[in-house]
Design a protein around this ligand. Structure first.
Ligand code: ZN
Length: 280
């Protein structure tokens, strides 16, 4: 099982180059790219060639672009803009040597489930067509926070099944899975090949319904998520993708980035090693 690092974890005090240096030092296989971190890098004079040069010298490889945000349930004109921006994002993803773009659903939508289903399937087929011209895959990440239009695993998986394209799959983020009551049984019923990526983390012990932000994410193994059950289910369906650690914890943002990335690596490996070999 290969492990990845998502730059959100130490975003406040780190940057792309430092992330990469520390990911190599602490044994990450992949780094998940985040749009805002790349924008900062470009604003400070960085170029695509500089990034590909840095990755060429590193054992760490780029994996997944995070993300095309809020792509569904838009007006016609708004969705044209989403497609334009998605095309640019695919071009960047491809130039940086990555093969997957994540797509996150829109919050604050007031519509019946069947309308959300039909619209999201249609939008993902458009994104699938664009991604295919670059040879890329698209992964839908359901967001368990209040008000998101795709907020549970079974809903996201049904959408992906209905899209029925080889280059479209799901992301399971353990935090989003936990906070909105997704079911491990639904993972057992899924096709492992349709899960393109897993975000690992843990969650504070809070009553259901009180998770109103991402700030209650903890390091893998430090909280109450039934990670073992989820990992066993993923293993039973042959999941072989990447486990990428992703936190948005303001307390951890204050840590020295080296401490955050070292801890993220150690804790990810500890928990993954119980079910897979993290060195494979
Ligand atoms: Zn995530």
């Amino acid at each position: 099982m290969k492990i990845g690092y998502n730059g959100a974890t130490a975003i406040k005090r780190s940057n792309l180059e430092l992330d990469l240096e520390l990911c190599e030092k602490y044994g990450f296989d992949f780094m998940e790219l985040r749009v805002s971190i790349l924008e900062d890098f470009f604003r400070n004079g960085g170029t695509v060639e500089k990034i590909t040069g840095l990755f060429a010298k590193s054992k760490v490889k780029p994996h997944a672009m995070n993300a095309c945000e809020f792509f569904n349930m838009k007006s016609g004109q708004e969705f044209e803009k989403i497609k334009e921006d998605f095309d640019k994002l695919c071009s960047l993803t491809s130039n940086l040597g990555s093969s997957l773009v994540l797509a996150a659903p829109t919050p604050g939508v007031n519509a019946p489930p069947e309308i959300i289903m039909d619209n999201t399937v249609d939008c993902l087929r458009h994104l699938s067509d664009i991604a295919a011209t670059y040879g890329l895959n698209v992964a839908l990440e359901f967001i368990g926070l209040p008000g998101f239009s795709v907020n549970k695993f079974d809903q996201a998986y049904s959408i992906v099944e209905k899209v029925d394209r080889e280059n479209v799959g799901c992301v399971i983020d353990l935090y989003h899975f936990h906070i909105n009551g997704s079911s491990v049984d639904d993972i057992r019923k899924a096709d492992g090949k349709k899960i393109f990526m897993v975000h690992i983390n843990d969650a504070e012990d809070r009553p259901a319904g009180t998770f109103d932000s991402d700030s209650y994410r903890l390091m893998p193994g430090d909280g109450v998520i039934a990670t073992g059950e989820i990992f066993k289910a993923l293993k039973s369906i042959g999941y072989k993708g990447i486990m990428s650690v992703e936190l948005f914890n303001p307390k951890i943002w204050e840590w020295d980035p080296e401490m955050a990335i070292m801890t993220a690596s150690l804790k990810s490996k500890q928990i993954i090693n119980k079910y897979w070999d993290a060195s494979m």
